[in-house]
Design a protein around this ligand. Structure first.
Ligand SMILES: Nc1nc2c([nH]c(=O)n2[C@@H]2O[C@H](COP(=O)(O)OP(=O)(O)OP(=O)(O)O)[C@@H](O)[C@H]2O)c(=O)[nH]1
Length: 152
């Protein structure tokens, strides 16, 4: 049996006052380019989840977040990596959004209009829908997936 090492990832669910959620598109050159995701990235050595998330959101979006606590932890096994996702809800940030990696951003209510969404993010969309008393239809997010997606 081969044991794959987890890649630890900090992910921010940015929630605006009207409950809209921030989604960003994965830039060209990364695995799953063009998929929509919540902003974030991999922890570097010695970093906490909160530190990594703060650094990533400055690097990617040009904003500085306030306090961020881990809300949920999920795992997803992609061919390119076995990831452990540490999800933080963020309602407090400063600065102006600046897509520094050439990505797109979209404030979205549930169910999301942007597609496709990374499969590793679906559990969180389900929890968010539950919290809002809404039905969750996984097929809404998966039925238009490209048939062969390199890196997925
Ligand atoms: N940021 C982010 N990553 C996610 C989400 N869902 C999900 O499965 N992932 C996975 O978590 C991993 C995050 O890695 P990344 O490539 O975005 O990290 P990074 O910005 O540090 O990349 P880098 O290697 O270019 O520095 C990817 O394997 C990605 O598929 C999500 O909603 N947001």
């Amino acid at each position: 049996m081969s044991l794959r090492k987890h890649t630890e990832v900090a992910v921010g669910v940015l929630i605006r006052a009207d409950d809209a959620l921030l989604l960003t598109s994965r830039p060209e050159g990364k695995p799953c380019a063009g998929y929509w995701e919540f902003p974030g990235g991999k922890l570097e050595d010695g970093e906490s989840v909160e530190q990594a998330l703060r650094r990533e959101l400055i690097e990617e979006l040009g904003i500085t977040i306030g306090a961020a606590e881990v809300w949920k932890v999920t795992e997803h096994d992609y061919p390119h990596a076995l990831v452990r996702l540490h999800w933080c809800k963020v309602r407090d940030w400063q600065g102006t959004f600046d897509m520094r990696e050439g990505q797109s951003m979209a404030w979205q209510q549930l169910p999301l209009d942007v597609k496709p969404v990374l499969p590793g993010s679906l559990p969180v969309l389900q929890w968010l829908a539950q919290e809002r008393g809404m039905a969750f239809d996984a097929e809404h997010y998966t039925r238009h997936l490209p048939e062969a997606t390199p890196g997925l």
